[in-house]
Design a protein around this ligand. Structure first.
Ligand code: NAD
Length: 488
């Protein structure tokens, strides 16, 4: 197990690691032990400018590098990610808190994006038509944008940078990664591996910072596009400011995901899957289920089944064997979640399981029932291991409850009925739908969708949307009259 060490070289500019110019610092903690792992010098506007200038200079040659050659670096990167997966996962667990198995799984999902981006010579192709008028041909070609940037959250330190980076550089852009200042060590590992592939300096840069770094990226005239994943209030800030400065922006925001349990579902199996969805990664997944809606009398049996499973989950340090749920990101986050649970109970809800009182950054799974639908806990993204169970009489009522939520990231249904599943898929207003699936995470060759307050923008991350986002379309209309050509 790696020991804690202080390391503050968390900016990579032109292939060189440094602490940066700023004197403002932020400590990176291991949420399980409280150890300080790194002291970030929060990147200043000057650090960001240096990273963007490095990316802008690298763009000149990188965009001229044939797509087939660009992806050779990604093939090597993929091999290095596989080789180093266990070490990356250990660092990810140390700074984020999730279990080693969960860290390992997110690396696999990240690698899938690298694999999809290796298809860029095909994916990036345009289209053409001869004789749009007599003797006139027309074509659409895709060209890279220039300098692109991604601002990412703490909850998937390995996977989320890879929703963007491989597509951006495979399309011929250069890139600045701004990881969450709470988990920069996993990102540093990824960028170090990229440089081991021989990727030219400046194609991928990294700055670790907070709001000042983000605002500097938003305002920098040489940044063409920004990808963001994080909470909805910050997504709104980035979307608005990005538009103000003329950037192309895609912002994946927060979530409040519901699962509907129909009376004909296999309740035991459903409870197992939903327990993983609600309490996996300590509930800190944007696709975590935080509301279960039991339909037509399924409530009691479902509640008993999931409470039995959740109460047996082993909570502890995610690097220890047998631990099934790690801490949340920080003691401050734990106390915010406990406060919300308290408010729910004060408003008349009952605790089927109450996971408060563990100390540090730890909570145990918590299940509440009888919450008022318009109460704070039902409206707020809790981002912790808390599941609220609601009971309704019909599927229509369940869909109406989901529709009233401000968010639209994911909704799932558990049922044996094809008709119920189809109705749900058709009517539920969310970008990712699960049918007998607890975490309906799109594979890398599908867009990571998300609607309403969970997404601001047009093109999503991953797959073909990623290629659309990271390229400009250029349309060429050509006429070559034979009388203008030299006769041969
Ligand atoms: P966050 O919004 O606090 O931070 C995200 C990024 O924005 C970080 O890099 C952070 O440094 C930066 N940031 C934070 N505050 C800022 C500010 N005021 N101005 C400018 N930049 C700022 O999110 P988080 O706590 O790191 O991550 C959890 C959130 O991310 C949850 O809301 C979760 O639902 C969401 N999330 C969404 C998806 C999705 O696909 N929709 C995926 C993962 C996480």
């Amino acid at each position: 197990m790696p020991t804690a060490h202080i390391d503050n070289n968390l900016n990579c500019i032109q292939g060189q690691w440094s602490a940066g110019l700023s004197t403002e610092t932020f400590d990176v903690f291991n949420p399980a032990s409280g150890d300080v792992l790194a002291r970030v010098q929060l990147a200043s506007a000057g650090d960001v400018d240096a990273a963007v200038e490095s990316a802008a200079a690298a763009f000149v040659e990188w965009r001229r590098t044939p797509a087939q050659n660009r992806i050779q670096f990604l093939f090597k990167f993929r091999a290095l990610l596989e080789e180093h997966a266990d070490s990356i996962a250990r660092i990810c667990t140390m700074e984020n808190g999730k279990t080693f198995a969960e860290s390992r799984a997110e690396i696999t999902r990240g690698i899938e994006n690298v694999e999809v981006a290796c298809g860029i010579p095909t994916l990036m192709q345009g289209y053409n038509l001869e004789d749009v008028a007599s003797g006139l041909d027309e074509m659409m070609i895709r060209q890279p944008l220039g300098v692109t940037a991604a601002i990412v959250p703490f909850n998937f330190p390995a996977m989320i940078p890879l929703w963007f980076l491989p597509y951006a550089i495979a399309c011929g852009n250069t890139f600045v990664l701004k990881p969450s200042e709470r988990v920069p060590l996993t990102s540093r590992y990824l960028v170090e591996l990229l440089h081991q592939t021989g990727l030219p300096n400046g194609v991928v840069n990294m700055v670790t910072g907070g709001r000042e770094a983000v605002d500097a990226l938003l305002q920098h005239p040489k940044v063409r596009a920004i990808s963001f994943v994080g909470s909805t209030p910050v997504a709104r800030h980035i979307y608005t400011e990005g538009a103000k400065y003329g950037k192309r922006v895609q912002c994946q925001g927060g979530a409040k995901n519901f699962v509907v349990v129909m009376p004909d579902a296999d309740i035991e199996m459903s409870a197992k899957i939903i327990s993983d969805s609600a309490f996996g990664c300590a509930g800190q997944r944007c696709l975590a289920v935080s509301g279960a809606i039991a339909v037509g009398g399924a409530g009691t049996v479902f509640t008993d089944a999931i409470a039995g499973l959740a109460s047996n989950l082993r909570v502890g340090n995610g690097l220890e064997d047998g631990v099934q749920m790690g801490p949340v990101i920080s003691p401050a986050s734990r106390s915010r979640i406990e406060h919300l649970i308290g408010k729910g109970l004060d408003s008349g809800a009952s605790a089927v399981l109450d996971g408060r009182g563990q100390g540090g950054a730890f909570l145990k799974p918590t299940i509440l029932s009888g919450l008022e639908e318009d109460g704070e806990l039902m409206r707020t993204e809790i981002f912790g291991p808390v599941l609220a169970i609601q009971e309704v009489a019909t599927l229509d009522e369940a869909i109406a409850m989901i529709s009233r939520s401000a968010y639209g990231n994911q909704a799932s249904i558990f049922t044996a009925s094809g008709a119920a599943a189809r109705k749900f898929r058709y009517e539920a207003p969310c970008g990712n739908i699960g049918v007998n699936i607890g975490v309906a995470a799109p594979m890398a060759y599908f867009p990571f969708s998300g609607w309403k307050d969970s997404f601001l923008g047009v093109m999503h991350g991953q797959g073909r949307d990623g290629v659309e986002f990271y390229t400009d379309k250029k349309v060429v209309v050509e006429r070559w009259p034979k009388e203008w050509s030299r006769k041969f």
